[in-house]
Each structure stands twice: as structure tokens, then as C-alpha cells.
Design a protein around this ligand. Sequence first.
Ligand code: DQA
Length: 152
Amino acid sequence: MQKPVYVLNGPSLNLLGQREPHIYGTTTLSDIENMVTARARVHGLSVQFRQTNHEGHMIDWVIEAREKACGIIINGAAWTHSSIALMDALKAAELPVIEVHLSNPYAREEFRHLSYVAKVASGVICGLGAHGYVLAVDALAMKLNITGGSSA
Ligand code: DQA
């Protein structure tokens, strides 16, 4: 049986829907979990959907994914731009990694233009709001060569 996709969310993403909605939209993280789970099902995939505000937890989950997941979708939030530890863990996981952001960091402040996650990701989706997570599921299914599901 296929291992689950780990969908990992970094700091302050638990506040989605309330946090700067003009930038991040009004969709909550729980709405996104439902969207991701439904899309993964189309591809015959299951999902472990998690959020943390603690960098060590995130790194433990990435290391756990090495054994327990078929791939990782990650919105590292601010750690994207700061965490060499997260980058190293993602590399060590030796799994396909899709980086996702609700906003487009390249159209924002300069400090958001560097992504340590992108350096080890198979692909990056940004600027498309919550729908980016759905696209990330499709991208991961493509990377995993999953042909059983419909792309509709
Ligand atoms: C974000 C973009 C990051 O720059 C920011 O620190 C976040 C959210 C996004 O999804 O657009 O917390 O990852």
C-alpha cells in the first residue's frame, strides 16, 4: 500500500483565515486540509496534514517522513527563508518535495526572495492562494508517476 503524503505547514499558518487576509486569503488551514485530502483521494493517496510553530517539530516530521511518507508537500512559512536545518532535513529525507506558498514571495519583500526549501525541492508553487496546495498534490502525483487517478 502507498505510504501517505506528508503535508507540513510552518509557523503562523494555524492563523490562516484571520492572518493578513489581504495577503493570505480567507481560507482556513482546516479548509485547505479538506481540499488536499479530497484531491489526494483522486490520485489514490492518503494524507498526513500537520502544522507547527516549533522548528524542531517540523524537522522531526521531515525525518519521520523519510521512512513513513511517499513525498512531502511543505509550506515552511518564515522558515523557508531562514532555516538551513529544514533544508538539510528535506535533503536527507530523499523524497520528492513540493514547496508551496499562498502568496508569491518573489513579489514581496527582498528577504522573502531566498528560499532554502527551493534548493532541495522538486518543484515550487506560489502565488495561487489555497489552490496552490491542490496543484501541489497533482505535482507530487506526477513526480510519483501515479497514473491510476483522474486529473480532472
Ligand atoms: C508564506 C510566505 C512566507 O514568506 C511567509 O513567511 C509565510 C507564508 C505563504 O504561504 O505565502 O508565513 O509561506
